[in-house]
Design a protein around this ligand. Structure first.
Ligand code: IPD
Ligand code: CA
Ligand code: CA
Ligand code: CA
Length: 262
């Protein structure tokens, strides 16, 4: 209905404004001194004061706007959920922290809203690109103010795939075969930026293993453009746990699921 569309458009605009503010701040901070720590004693698992501050700020904004909502966020300011009932928000305050700290580009800030388990709205802010990818199944997808067209169907041999570097070297999930059969593959170090390439039509698929906050926003936006998003068995994602993730056009998705079953 019109009032539901208005609600979604209003929430979309509100979160876009939050992200404008955080992107601006993050661009100021990216070249300055940030406080970097290892998580669980793992030198490859980084967190910074910017991750924590962004998450704390976003979670507070969400709670003020929507006091009954539940939040799943990476750095510990959210809630512990046992189901997807009601309004559930996902927050990844810096996605691609390794890139943020070392490369100073290709990192994102991501937010998503699900209602009773259904994807409603997603936002991926490509900070250094100064682009906000936003929208959902009911209101369509935009990059900034520009409407994004549905994705054309592409077969695997014509697809450029984004792959997880870690899964690739570990040889998990038939990754090597996938990489060989695709037209080309790329590794970028941020799930949010990988999704932004998909939404812009620069690549045709993405295969990884991800936590809920890594995939929540990208799933909403990619599905809205006609991409199929499942785990590598072709089944629906569990938004409360880690999943293998396969995002691809209809034909490529079918080929990959069939190939991995065989
Ligand atoms: C990571 C990035 C990376 C993916 C990892 C994630 P973080 O997110 O999205 O691309 O391969 O699995 O953990 O920790 O930098 O927010
Ligand atoms: Ca992390
Ligand atoms: Ca992430
Ligand atoms: Ca993160």
């Amino acid at each position: 209905t019109d009032s539901q569309l208005k609600e979604l458009n209003d929430i979309d605009q509100m979160v876009c404004q939050w992200l404008e503010e955080l992107m601006h701040q993050a661009r100021e901070l990216v070249q300055s001194h940030v406080d970097v720590q290892n998580k669980d004693g793992n030198a490859r698992n980084l967190v910074t004061n910017v991750d924590r501050e962004n998450e704390c700020w976003l979670d507070q904004k969400i709670r003020t706007f929507n006091p009954h909502a539940k939040i799943i966020s990476e750095e510990g300011f959210g809630d512990h959920l046992v189901d997807m009932d009601g309004d559930v928000w996902f927050v990844d305050p810096i996605d691609g922290t390794m890139n943020f700290v070392h490369e100073h580009t290709d990192f994102a800030i991501m937010v998503a809203l699900y209602r009773d388990g259904k994807p409603l709205l997603g936002w991926i802010a490509d900070v250094m690109g100064n682009d906000i990818h936003h929208g959902g199944p009911a209101i369509g997808v935009q990059i900034n103010q520009q409407k994004v067209p549905a994705t054309p169907d592409v077969v695997l041999s014509q697809s450029i795939l984004m792959l997880s570097g870690r899964c690739l070297v570990a040889g998990d999930y038939g990754y090597k075969t996938l990489a060989q059969k695709a037209l080309a593959f790329r590794v970028i170090g941020s799930a949010g930026i990988a999704f932004s390439y998909l939404l812009k039509g620069q690549v045709n698929g993405y295969v990884s293993k991800l936590m809920p906050w890594d995939v929540a926003a990208g799933r909403v936006l990619a599905e809205s453009l006609g991409f199929i998003v499942t785990n590598l068995d072709g089944q629906a994602l569990n938004m409360l746990s880690s999943n293998t993730v396969l995002v691809a056009t209809y034909s490529t998705h079918h080929e990959i699921v069939t190939m991995l079953k065989g």
